[in-house]
Design a protein around this ligand. Sequence first.
Ligand SMILES: Nc1ncnc2c1ncn2[C@@H]1O[C@H](COP(=O)(O)OP(=O)(O)OP(=O)(O)O)[C@@H](O)[C@H]1O
Length: 254
Amino acid sequence: MMRLSNVSHAYDEEPVLEDVSVSVSPGEVVGIIGPSGVGKTTLLRILALFMQPQEGAVELDGQAAWGTDDRTRLQLRRKVGMVFQEASLFDGTVAQNVEYGLRVRRSWPARLQAAILDVLGLREAPPAIEEALDIVELTDKRDQAASSLSGGEAQRVSFARALAYDPTYLLLDEPTSDLDPRNTGLIEDAIRRARDRGLGVVIATHDMHQAQRVADRVGVLLGNGITEIGPTDQIFEDPADERTRQFIAGDLVY
Ligand SMILES: Nc1ncnc2c1ncn2[C@@H]1O[C@H](COP(=O)(O)OP(=O)(O)OP(=O)(O)O)[C@@H](O)[C@H]1O
């Protein structure tokens, strides 16, 4: 389980998160919804161990992430994959971009061996790449130049790259905010497939309907904290907190 406990963080004395606790288990999708600028990205960056919160604890599979040595933290960070709002692919084919996720994990001897087989034209793509491409339905574009893809396809490649890395947890920051309905649907299907393979997924989105479609549990981030977190049906149909109710009903204007 990945868990934030009583986390607070401020930028230049301006509090963004105050006393936030949230967790995700393997095989579960947790949606974090809230208006723009409320701190969803900050929350994900703390979960990804990119930044240390000023207060509170971050724990992965029972191990505290801070207050430990850098090497242990790097090992913990390797359990986490992240997909950002915008795909950032390098100049190369779709398959090469997806493989990048694998390559960073390989030992130097294995990388050297792969490079030699590449030069000899003898290397076959590892199964993890084919599986990841299958999940985002891009198998037929595997040899296409990444620069020739549409925005939606590029985002699906980003998703596949994060999957190929074989993380235990996957964090998604507004992964479909610039996408058309078809690509949005394909990413949402890929999220469900990742969950069914046992990944713990956290998706931050300002689109509450997306959270309703894909999340098992939803946390509502309003003001500086989570007003409520619980099973998706309960949050949308019977919220306990008045601010959550107003936000879900669209009555809370930011
Ligand atoms: N590095 C930083 N330095 C100073 N302020 C920051 C920094 N990063 C974020 N903030 C501020 O913290 C607040 C929360 O930002 P954050 O990006 O976490 O929110 P968000 O909910 O992800 O927003 P959006 O959906 O618009 O991306 C914003 O007011 C933002 O301006």
